[in-house]
Design a binder for this molecule. Structure first.
Ligand code: ADP
Ligand code: MG
Length: 701
């Protein structure tokens, strides 16, 4: 396997190695220039590249190509065209032109646009993103050449997640280069953001999945009593892999490697049936494309193994949900990580300035960052004592916190705490170097050595949004710094004062304690940090004056685009809850209530039969159960009626008002309906209960 791995890695990618092999030197150089500096590509060059791509793809069995894009649904979309072109003699030739490579015209009318485009103006364009390599994908439809593209409307507004991400990468690059110049680093021409997303997911048995409409329609269980065993034994976390899971992971890895995805780490997660996959980090844009592919691959491969991969943030109540840790750093084109503190961070002024910019950015835009990690599913996690709290704060660790404290208190940092050696107490074990700081699992935004780890992101979400926000807000802070420092008379003094002043202003966002505690919620309120408890409460941040100012300042998103995105978010939330509520209504009506009635009738029959046979026999157990069942049935039916009425009322509303109504008036009734049904599950005969239970789903994979 070891030798083979190096061979299969990237085999299905039109990467640099392949381009070097297949493109004339001049063409390759021109393309690289475009990739690196964003220069426009000559149409003739595009023709040559397209032709080489086509030949390469066809040799590998491809019959079709597609512009692969990432609309606002958060998943990817594609429309396939074959390479065929008719000839006059009734045959075909296989063609792919530069024009077809560069531009596509999918009908845009069925993708969310948030009012950007009326349905009669259905025209949308996809444009080749040459910074992310084309790749091949094989499925039942054959082999397809996939070209990563951005997706925009006829009038040029972004209709996707990639466009703003690319724009934000340019923004942070421009501003970081300005700062680096001030430190004498004229050699740096650009910086890019490195991102490594750790992907959590659940794997369950497909046959059982197919018996649950809630999982099929919504990706999560809407009913389900707690099993006798949950995750309290902590025996699953990092445990050895079950064979079925191991063979699933093996195949996922192979598929990833073929696509040049650096799948690196895999292990069992905290909850039963929960796992994680982490790749080695790459440029934000490519990391985003790869993460979309990883999610697709996991679903596809699971299916082949008779399994189902659940990417929902909270598939099961009462056990941990899934997130995606977005590890983020800033790296120069000369290979320097701007978030690397070195051994003595107190002396590393450039690092301290960049760190200060991140702290300022996060404090000033905590609401935007929170929003960027929000969706309906993540509402079940954030602030629920198993995932980061909904309040944004930064964990710096002991060493940097100490440096910041020195800077704020005395204006000077004279030392950096060091980690020392770790004594395990066994002579035969090697002496380990200790990090200068322990970890903090409860922080939503943690400094972890040479990167920040944004831990709020939901498992099913595209990481484009969070990284777009992160890049833009940090670009804004760096821009302010550069504006101030470029005019300074004495740079050293100015930088020193700026760091001290900014850290003093924004130190309230730094919190190294327990983010799950109630005291923190109170403390955060005292500090004036926003506590946005749900997605619906967070969405308005997107159209705030501040958001419009900074997103449009760097041309990441215009005011119009922001408004359309807010509209899409409200709509997506309403649709999600509407489907969940309707699924609950259907399951309660058709499955659970009939099952409970059947059980109750059985009890009643038993009571009658026994009493008729021997009137003196004690049937109090059956009578008790019958009463309890009937009472729960009555409660369930009342909630069901209430839920039906609320859903009908919601249908009359629209936009933000509708989303708020779903959150405030529909969502709580769903909980009301769930309670009596879950209680019934614990009483009713297993034979009669119509769906697999949590125990069946979580422990029998
Ligand atoms: P941890 O155990 O702290 O979560 P890992 O070393 O397992 O850290 O890395 C988690 C993820 O972070 C991986 O995807 C890894 O590639 C990524 N990562 C590591 N260093 C960086 C960096 N400098 N910038 C961005 N991502 C990084
Ligand atoms: Mg991590």
């Amino acid at each position: 396997m070891a030798e083979k791995l190096t061979e299969i890695f990237g085999a299905d990618v039109f990467n640099e190695a392949t381009m070097t092999e297949r493109l004339p030197k001049k063409v390759f150089a021109a393309l690289k220039k475009t990739i690196k500096n964003g220069e426009e590509l000559d149409p003739e060059i595009a023709d040559i590249v397209a032709n080489a791509m086509k030949d390469w793809a066809i040799e590998r069995g491809a019959t079709h190509y597609t512009h692969w894009f990432q609309p606002m649904t958060g998943i990817t979309a594609e429309k396939h065209d074959s390479f065929i072109n008719p000839t006059s003699d009734g045959k075909i030739i296989l063609e792919f032109s530069g024009k077809e490579l560069i531009k596509g015209e999918p009908d845009a009318s069925s993708f969310p646009s948030g009012g950007l485009r009326a349905t009669f103006e259905a025209r949308g364009y996809t444009a080749w993103d040459c910074t992310s390599p084309a790749f091949l994908r094989e499925d039942a439809a054959g082999v397809t050449l996939c070209i990563p593209t951005a997706f925009c409307s006829y009038t040029g507004e972004a209709l996707d997640k990639k466009t703003p991400l690319l724009r934000s990468m340019e923004a942070i690059s421009d501003q970081a280069v300005r700062i680096l110049k001030l430190f004498g680093h004229d050699e740096v021409k650009s910086v890019s953001c490195s991102v490594g997303p750790e992907q959590e997911y659940f794997i369950i048995d497909k046959a059982k999945y197919l018996k649950r409409e809630d999982l099929i329609f919504t990706g999560r269980t809407l009913f389900g009593a707690q099993p006798p065993k949950g995750q309290e034994m902590e025996d699953h976390y990092f445990g050895s892999l079950k064979e079925r899971i191991a063979s699933f992971m093996k195949e996922v890895n192979e598929e990833c490697w073929k696509l040049g995805i650096l799948a690196k780490t895999q292990h069992n997660e905290v909850a039963p049936a929960q796992h994680e996959l982490a790749p080695i980090y790459s440029t934000a844009n490519i990391a985003t494309d790869h993460n979309q592919l990883v999610m697709e691959i996991m679903k596809k491969v699971a299916n082949r193994h008779g399994l189902v991969c659940l990417l929902h943030e909270k598939p099961f109540a009462g056990v941990n949900g899934s997130g995606k840790h977005d590890n983020w750093s800033i790296v120069t084109d000369t290979g320097k990580n701007l978030l690397d503190p070195g051994k003595t961070p107190h002396e590393n002024i450039q690092f301290l300035l960049v760190l200060t910019a991140v702290i300022k950015a996060v404090d000033e835009n905590a609401d935007l960052l929170r929003l960027s990690a929000s969706n309906a599913g993540n509402d079940h996690r954030l602030g629920a004592n198993e995932a980061p709290p909904a309040i944004i704060s930064i964990f710096l660790g002991e060493q940097l916190e100490d440096v910041v404290k020195q800077l704020v208190e005395t204006g000077d940092a004279k030392s950096s705490k060091q980690g020392g050696k770790l004594n395990i107490g066994v002579h035969t074990l090697p002496e380990l170097k200790k990090d200068a700081t322990d970890r903090n699992r409860t922080s939503p935004f943690a400094f972890t050595g040479n990167k920040f780890e944004f831990r709020m992101v939901g498992s099913s979400m595209s990481i484009a949004g969070p990284n777009t926000t992160l890049n833009t807000i940090v670009a804004d802070a760096l821009c302010e710094f550069a504006d101030e420092l470029e005019g300074a008379e004495d740079f050293d003094i100015a930088v020193h004062d700026l760091i001290k002043k900014t850290l003093t202003e924004h130190q309230r966002i730094i919190f190294n304690g327990n983010g799950y505690s109630d005291e923190w919620v109170e403390e955060a309120e005292r500090r004036g940090l926003p506590n946005l408890r749900s997605l619906v409460e967070a969405i308005p941040a997107m159209t705030s004056e501040r958001a419009i100012k900074i997103f449009s300042k760097f041309n990441v998103l215009s005011e119009v685009e922001l408004h359309s995105r807010a509209e899409i978010e409200f709509e997506a939330y309403s649709k999600t809850i509407n489907i969940e509520a309707k699924t609950m209504i259907e399951m309660a009506n058709k499955l659970f209530i009939p099952a409970a009635i059947k059980y109750a009738s059985g009890l009643a029959g038993s009571i009658n039969t026994i009493k008729a046979a021997v009137p003196s026999v004690d049937v109090s157990v059956q009578e008790g159960l019958l009463k309890e069942t009937s009472s729960l049935l009555a409660t369930a039916k009342a909630s069901l009626d209430k839920l039906q009425a609320a859903v009908a009322e919601a249908a009359e509303k629209e936009g933000q008002e509708q989303a708020v109504f779903f959150k405030k008036s529909v969502f709580p009734i769903m909980d009301e309906l769930r309670k009596p049904i879950d209680a019934l599950e614990l009483i009713v005969d297993k034979e009669i209960w119509p769906v697999p239970t949590y125990g069946d789903l979580l422990f029998e994979v």
